[in-house]
Design a protein around this ligand. Structure first.
Ligand SMILES: *Cc1c(COP(=O)(O)O)cnc(C)c1O
Length: 461
């Protein structure tokens, strides 16, 4: 039989391992990984031969082994080019970090640091002190605590301060953030008892007032984040909640979600409540994310009354939610940009928000021109970018897009899939049946490689 004959031509594992290019791979990646790839390659070749194929030449088997090894060694987590125009894209890792933040992270990652060591005293210190002074100074809060993310911050606050007690929240703020974070579920998990007040669209201070009992610990406000309540609506202001809580000696917990130190209205967007406003209004504790509009590392930031923060620090769960030194270094370096008044220029999230339409148009046109030179029809068209990250729903920023034409038979979905498979992967947007690239979210150092990535994807068979 022909198949039997072809099978006999297949090299043995040892023979293939000795083949020039494969031997080099063994030397580079070690015997174990190489043998595994060789075995798999031979199994697959055997199956193909049984199905009627001829025995492949040695060099193509070696090439197959190399490809398998490369795939196995490729990190699953790797950088991508974000051409979606969504600035804080949770699926794409939220906030890119500033050069100073990255340098600070590398410096502490490289070796030892005074993470929990007091250099003046030569004795044990606290990791919680590192971002605290900066956070207090920037927001006016008495004290601060940084944990793993804002979900952890909210859970910790409720658990430590309101377990088995009632926490009151407007029915209009029973928010689902996404990724499984739903306020009623978090409340239940924390052991606090959720008391819903008011209605979906209208809640008054009186609704809170009349629901207060001996078991009430706190009045809570949760920022809507990813949706907008409009029309026949009412919610008491934070100041009103604070006033009521003072009379009754209750806490006011304010989950801001994104949290911003800069006024988004100064950038042509709706006003997103700032951290400073919540602190000034008298919230007992404010919680927010480090990697949304703050533009720093993933973190949960808790700000407010010193006595409450001290209780949180002593609470056993805090240890389980603590942040890593690399995270703290990135956060601290990012906060420094705010202190120096250089955040709009240095913090990538704000730099992207602040990019001018003229600059974006020039980039979209430059890409279209370069693509045309590479044989891919493209044109610059006006469009809209979004902030994302569960902030400013419905708000957009005017931008310019490069719309890529595709060849007959290659729809925008195919082109988008090929771009995602590229090296580096590029994530684009499909709008009205067209593949579009938004330069706003593409980092300056990535921008020059975009036309070549697109041309490769457009021309691949
Ligand atoms: C985003 C968000 C959270 C969760 O924050 P993470 O940092 O993603 O854990 C919690 N509450 C609100 C209101 C949010 O917008």
């Amino acid at each position: 039989m022909a198949a039997e004959q072809e099978l006999r031509k297949l090299p043995s594992v040892d023979r293939l391992l000795q083949e020039g290019p494969v031997a080099q791979l063994v030397a580079r990646w070690g015997h174990e990984l190489a043998v595994e790839a060789v075995r798999e390659t031979l199994v697959e070749a055997r199956e193909a031969i049984r199905a009627g194929a001829a025995c492949p030449p040695l060099h193509s088997l070696a090439g197959e082994v190399e490809q398998r090894l490369a795939e196995r060694l490729r990190p699953t987590l790797r950088p991508v080019v974000n051409a979606t125009g969504v600035i804080i894209h949770t699926n794409l890792g939220r906030a890119p970090l500033s050069a100073d933040a990255r340098a600070a992270m590398e410096a502490v990652a490289l070796g030892y640091s005074n993470l929990e060591y007091d250099l003046e005293e030569g004795s044990r210190g606290s990791r919680y002190l590192h971002a605290e002074a900066l956070l207090s100074r920037l927001t006016g809060a008495e004290a601060a605590l940084v944990v793993n993310n804002n979900a952890a911050a909210v859970l910790l606050v409720l658990m430590a301060l309101a377990r088995r007690m009632e926490v009151m929240l407007s029915r209009g703020q029973l928010v689902e953030i996404g990724g499984g974070f739903r306020i009623p579920d978090v409340m239940r998990q924390s052991g606090a008892i959720l008391v819903e007040v008011g209605t979906t669209n209208r809640t008054y201070l009186g609704d809170f007032q009349s629901a207060i009992t001996q078991d009430t610990a706190a009045l809570m406000r949760v920022h809507h984040s990813n949706f907008r309540l409009s029309g026949f609506v009412h919610e008491p202001s934070l100041e009103e909640l604070v006033g009521l809580a003072r009379e009754q000696e209750l806490l006011v917990l304010d989950d801001l979600g994104s949290g911003t130190l800069l006024d988004t209205a100064a950038f042509g967007l709706a006003h997103e409540p700032t951290i400073q406003e919540s602190v000034a209004a008298g919230a007992s504790l404010v919680t927010c994310s480090g990697d949304k509009l703050l533009g720093a590392t993933q973190a949960g930031i808790i700000l407010g009354r010193a006595d409450l923060v001290a209780r949180l620090k002593r609470f056993p769960l805090t240890r389980a939610l603590r942040v890593d030194k690399v995270t703290l270094a990135g956060l601290q370096a990012t906060l420094r940009h705010y202190l120096l008044g250089e955040a709009p220029q240095k913090v990538p999230v704000w730099r992207m928000i602040a990019r001018s339409e003229a600059e974006l148009r020039a980039q979209a046109e430059a890409w279209a021109g370069e693509l045309a030179a590479l044989g891919v029809a493209a044109e610059a068209v006006p469009g809209r970018s979004t902030v994302g990250g569960g902030s400013l729903p419905g708000e957009t920023l005017p931008t310019w897009l490069t719309a890529v034409a595709f060849r007959e038979g290659t729809g925008p979905d195919t082109l988008a899939a090929r771009l995602r498979a590229g090296e580096p992967a590029l994530v684009a947007r499909i709008e009205e049946g067209q593949l579009v690239l938004d330069p706003r979210t593409v980092l300056p150092e990535q921008a020059p490689e975009v036309p070549a990535l697109v041309a490769r994807a457009a021309s691949s068979p």
